[in-house]
Ligand binder design. Sequence first.
Ligand code: ZN
Length: 612
Amino acid sequence: MTVINRFFALSLLLVLCACADQSEPDRAGAGDESAQATAGQGTSDSSEPAAAETDVAAFDAFADQLIDEMLQRSPEWAIYQGRYENAGEVSIPDAAHRRDELAFVADALERLGEFDREALPVDQRTDYDLLENRLESARFYTRTLRSWEWQPSNYNVAGPLNILLNTEFAPLPERLALIRDRLEHVPAYYEAARESLGTPTLEHTELAISQNRGSLSVLDDIREKADEAQLDADLSDSLSDALAGAEAAIEDWVGWLEQRLAKLEESGNARPFRLGEALYEEKFAYDIQADFTAAELYRRAQAEKERLLDEMDGYTKELWPKYFTGEPMPEDRLARIGQMIDRLSQEHVAVEDFVDEIRQQIPELAEFVRENDLLDQDPDKPLIVRETPEYMRGSGAIASVSAPGPFNPDADTYYNVTPLETFGEEQAASYLREYNDWMLQILNIHEGIPGHYTQLLHANKSPSLVKSLFGNGAMVEGWAVYAERMMLEQGWGDQAPELWLMHGKWLLRVTHNAILDYAVHVRGMERDEAVRMMREEAFQEKSEATQKWRRLTLTQVQLTSYYAGYSAIYDLRERLKAEQGEDFDLKAFHNEFLSYGSAPVNTIAELMSESE
Ligand code: ZN
């Protein structure tokens, strides 16, 4: 999940990942007993049935009530989740709003604390933990991290407008009326943004400028659809007034940011983008929700890097005679792996075929998953490949998935691909080497099948609304990375050493995401060293390395989520395999793992062990 326009931490996002960067079970558990045991509600423990059931019912009612309140309080979050009751209202990100949110969080935590966590069955206990984490992290974001003060890119009105425009939950004129209502708030919204902003970072200011400029194109899209819709005169007039007002407000905001930027560049007084150790560890704890610290993950990632380089060296030696007949192999390990990767990177599609090639591969991946019985799929909900909408570009990602929320599971899921033509010739060529014939397959597994798209389909059928709404980013990204390796293990690509070597490169990037995020934000690593490491030790293309640096400056912790989740999922699978021996069933493992919504991996591990 990449850049998230949230001014309040409760606004969990649905746009996933910039995995470019690196990059359901339907009926939980496919009908085995474990599914019933975890289907929520009816887990009756015969030893003390009456009390337990009352507690469970009361807790579930409380959770539903709390979610309702949150949806009411944040129309934007509700829109992302597929609920449109208050879609015409806009949260104005001012000081009063923040105070009000903090009071709500304090009250909600108090009400949550009235339940005896230990007395709840495991399903409700994990919902308890997720709600508590969500509330506490909202408080942390508002009160301690205070990104509303220094990340101007938090302020952007385009996301919800685009959803209202393009999601067909109601006839177009009704949606355009909601859009008009939102647009009328846009001037007040940016006025509050200006007042909230303290000293921003240069990086987030530049991002805010480019993304808000992109937002203007959403207004053009609205105009275009309104012209086609033959609206009645009232709506037509009020909409065009609202559009004009919003456009002026966005242009003012962009102009104001450009002036700020120029002054900050001149004075050198911008806020540094690095988070520092204390804030970083705290954010890591809330965002990743693992049972290890950021420092521990950093050390593990460094060890994994060494293991990977060894493995990749083996494939390089195996492939050398095939691609470099008679040429001597370099003595240096990094040099020979790099040379082999360079050679393989020459095999790629033409720039104009990039999106079409992705479109063609998706059904092939679905077929492989079906033939090999790897997990449940839902042919009624296809993944639609589209060009990334304008307003979502500019964050450095060339691919991402936008999925419907649990309230709207029938809406379409999009695979957003940014056409490489938009990057200019040199950078497009670099992306093509990066997403060569082998890497492109891994990208499609990660974003599509059985990665993000498949996981989200399953998550939307989770019996727990809490778990599907308060999704854990490390689980989501970890699953997509796990899916890559699992597909190769199961024979996608016929065990070609080329594909395994490229997968090694991909995983090396995931590992470096974790290493660099910590090294840059906590240990103060500078740009040159980070780019050198990515180029020389992780074999990244120049475009990839420079975009990654940009992302390192714009996000904190998020880049560790891939490796944090992947390593935890892989460990869990290997542990269950060892415990269950011949009884271990990969499809059942996948279906059950995915049946709990996007809960943190250690929570899922707990649920799976209780359902055995
Ligand atoms: Zn991803």
